[in-house]
Design a protein around this ligand. Sequence first.
Ligand code: ZN
Length: 137
Amino acid sequence: MDKIEHIGIAVRDLKKSNALYAALLGVEPYKEEEVASEFVKTSFFRSGPNKIELLEATSDQSAIARFLEKKGEGIHHIAFAVEDIRAEMERLKEQGFRLLNEEPKRGADNKWVCFVHPKSAGGVLVELCQEIPEHEG
Ligand code: ZN
């Protein structure tokens, strides 16, 4: 894996949290995006070379809604940038990690994503993400 691509934070109210994180980081979010298939609304902030993703549930079916119910607001996942998501998924499977999706899914911010089950990764929800090349977009 190349680097931490972003840190995902679950929030109850994206608008309020956008204001909070804008005050904290000293910048406005550079993008807001709804991912209908995942029942989430997201916003992204830059902090130097790093990115923060805020996630609000748009439905009770959302994994974010279940997370908030169990744990409340806070860090939800750590995302790592990868060059070849399928190769990385294969490698992790061989290492005994449990993947939450068998095929890369289209995530926010123009990425192919795959999640690793926190039970197989020391309690941390890990996201792999690969930039979607323009010709695939
Ligand atoms: Zn993410």
